[in-house]
Design a protein around this ligand. Structure first.
Ligand SMILES: NC(=O)c1ccc[n+]([C@@H]2O[C@H](COP(=O)([O-])OP(=O)(O)OC[C@H]3O[C@@H](n4cnc5c(N)ncnc54)[C@H](O)[C@@H]3O)[C@@H](O)[C@H]2O)c1
Length: 283
């Protein structure tokens, strides 16, 4: 049977982006967060993105309405039972995700695919929180989801070929380019990216240059569209720290130790764009 209904758990920056691209691809989508305010914030972000697309002439007004009409917000987990695919995009915390997947596993029929958008946590370990490791997979979208082409698809130790093929087809229908990656800390994207971001934070801590200076070096010198500190603010400093801690713990290698300045900023609640303050300040 064709996969048509997608349940997205977590309506933050990634979950709302995933819900948007799924609805744009014609899927029926349910977007869930823990409070109505958070759900509405996610739906609001989607509405604003699509309104800007209409203003720019990239999207017809009636298409915007049709896309929004395919997304339902909820604080309830129950509708996950109706979904063919669940994509989890809640906070980067192993205990929170495992608990959620155990609950989802209990509610969804055996055929439902459970996917995690985790940035770094082991897919095999998340899968083990369910009774369906063969129907479990990593679907790692990039931020901002509507604009970024890549989806890393991560197979856990027990992920079936059938599950892989179905999820690859979903990513392709969403207009993304899937790349198959083995399960390992940070996968490929964050194993390469996040140590570079961490090194930029060490440069700032050591006073090598200002934040603007460091970002300009990487933009003009390496042709990066965004400097590493601005990128960290976009990703969320809490998420960057969580990924570093996973790399450090999993590899047992000091080269992945998080810069103390990063940890201090997270403790202060300076998480980047989402809180209005990180390496830069935001309105
Ligand atoms: N930020 C990035 O650049 C990026 C990129 C790729 C993947 N990711 C991953 O995506 C996930 C989400 O990151 P984000 O940046 O969207 O974070 P975010 O802080 O913007 O959103 C997380 C959301 O999850 C919600 N939540 C927490 N527990 C929940 C539950 N039990 N059920 C439903 N919702 C719950 C929170 O209320 C919050 O709204 C993380 O695993 C992160 O590592 C992030």
């Amino acid at each position: 049977m064709a996969l048509e209904r997608i349940f997205v758990a977590g309506a933050g920056q990634m979950g709302s982006g995933i819900a948007q691209v799924a609805a744009q691809a014609g899927y029926q989508v349910v977007l869930r967060d823990v409070t109505a305010d958070l759900v509405n914030k996610g739906l609001g972000a989607i509405g604003r993105f699509l309104a800007r697309s209409v203003e720019k002439g990239k999207l017809a007004p009636e298409e915007r309405e049709a896309i929004l009409g395919r997304i339902t917000g909820t604080v309830d987990l129950t509708p996950a039972a109706e979904a063919d695919l669940v994509i989890e995009a809640v906070v980067e915390n192993l205990a929170v995700k495992r608990d959620l997947f155990t609950q989802l596993d209990g509610r969804c029929p055996p055929g439902t695919i459970l996917a995690s958008n985790t940035s770094s946590l082991p897919i095999t370990e998340l899968a083990a929180a369910t009774g369906r490791p063969d129907r479990f997979i990593g679907m790692h979208f990039m931020n901002p989801v509507p604009l970024m082409q890549l989806v890393e698809i991560i197979r856990g130790i027990a992920t079936s070929d059938q599950t892989y093929r179905e999820v690859e087809a979903v990513a392709t229908r969403m207009g993304k380019t899937p790349v198959e990656v083995r399960d390992g800390p940070g996968f490929v994207s964050n194993r390469v990216l996040i140590p570079m971001v961490n090194e930029a934070i060490f440069c700032l801590q050591e006073g090598m240059a200002t934040a603007e200076g460091i970002d300009t070096v990487m933009k003009l010198g390496m042709n990066h569209p965004l400097g590493p500190l601005a990128l960290a603010d976009l990703i969320g400093l809490d998420t960057v720290l969580s990924i570093l801690d996973v790399l450090y713990t999993e590899f047992q290698d000091s080269k992945y130790r998080a810069c103390p300045l990063l940890r201090k900023m997270v403790r202060a609640g300076w998480l980047g764009r989402k809180t209005g303050r990180g390496f830069y300040t935001y309105q």
